[in-house]
Design a protein around this ligand. Sequence first.
Ligand code: HEM
Length: 495
Amino acid sequence: MELLQVLISIVPLSSLLIAVLLYYYFKVMMTTDDDDDNNAVQMIGGGGKLPPGSRGWPLIGESMELLRAGRNGQVEKFFQDRMSKHSNQAFTTSLFGQSNMVALCGPEAHKFLFSNEHKLVNSWWPRSVHKLFPTTSRQVREDAMRMRSLIMPALLKAEALQRYVGSMDAMARRSVERGWVGKEEVRVFELVKEYAFRVACRLFMSVEDEDLVRRLVRPFGKLAAGIFAVPLDVPGTAYNKAVKASRVIREELRGMVQKRSCDHHHHHHQNGDMLSHMLKINGSETLSDEDVVNKIMGLLIGGHDTATAVITCFIKYMAELPHIYDLVLKEQREIAKLKRPGELLNWDDIQKMRHTWNVACEVMRFWAPVQGAFKEALTDFTYAGFFIPKGFKLYWNVNTTHKNPDYFAEPEKFDPWRFEGIGPAPYTYVPFGGGARTCPGKEYARLEILVFMHNLVNKYRWEKVIADEKIIVDPMPVPTNGLPIRLYPHASLRH
Ligand code: HEM
């Protein structure tokens, strides 16, 4: 009691109240997962030795340390510290409300996880993500595989990708005309985000309606910001804003899907976008309109925030490293020189952008838009001599290799030439994951990034307004001030 009085005298009552609320909130949020955890813990006795590590604070675990490392732009530190303290192959931790979690580190871990999908492990996402994207909850194998078969044709087929190049180029031109031309200074992040979002709306759902795009772009920003936030659903938190935003988006998309579903049923609309691929399945199987809405929502998020992060960071490095900018400009000018006035980029042009793509790869080595992913152990197994019980959650993170001098010499040096020739060793460079879950949007993202850089570099040089602007990872890498830059149109430069 005395302790309580001392506490109340030094800590404002409101903070105590929040702490208590937080405690109960986490307890409620985690109930089912803890049930799983208890089963898993009981099995450890007979199974063997878990990887060493720390589970951090009760309930919150080590999430705050990971978030803090991200906000300092140094996610790698979280992993380096634990790999050197515990084991550089695997350590036990507790993240996103999961007290039974093991981080597997290094290329062997990536290989192991990527090649054992559906055998020893399955994809898994934290509860906070489930709540925002309900039908991905407990995503069973069939569902996940069906999702891939739905989007693969639209995302991966060469013929579909080739068609996208011209549309993306036209949209990049329009976007530069609208947001950049005539300006002395621009804030990069917002403009790039708008470009990537418009491309996604157009290519996934054939939506070009300016009003609808504008209505959706803000709630999508809030949704993205809340995906990996502390899952505290009370007014004012990032998570609560994301939950509300997801409702607004769902409402908008629902109307659109219903209309397209009806058109599709009457064979009015056969435009071959992602939505029509889904509706085809929706007509013959058990994919409800609500499933389609959720899946389109996930694709819109994954499909524009990731590329936005890469393009924004690309532009940052081009301001800082003029010798690399010059090489990119040379490559892009040669492509532009061979085009007739007004002629759009095509697939062959993209294949010539080798150096520009190497620069993008180095950008993703530094700042991977997707830092890692979770799996769930489907059965007990042993990894690197450690016992992993069934039900344990596993986490891989790009930084255990991308920022590791064992695999990338001088990891702090920006060096696109690393990707020349055979490039990095297998499973060391993994921005798109690998195995059965490899990102299906990889080629789409490549086109989107290269097309935009082509348009920008051929028009401008630029410099940063804030020389030492930091990049934070929350959960995607973004410059803290949105990267304001000063533009210098080429025509105004003396060569
Ligand atoms: C630079 C851009 C991108 C990066 C770095 C990236 C990265 C990733 C990674 C690492 C995964 C694997 C997660 C796991 O192992 O569970 C993934 C999955 C996925 N990505 Fe991407 N992605 C990018 C762009 C895109 C785009 C443009 C789309 C859609 C058009 C997309 C759609 C997906 C989907 C649907 C999955 C889930 C696949 C599955 O679970 O089977 N991504 N992405």
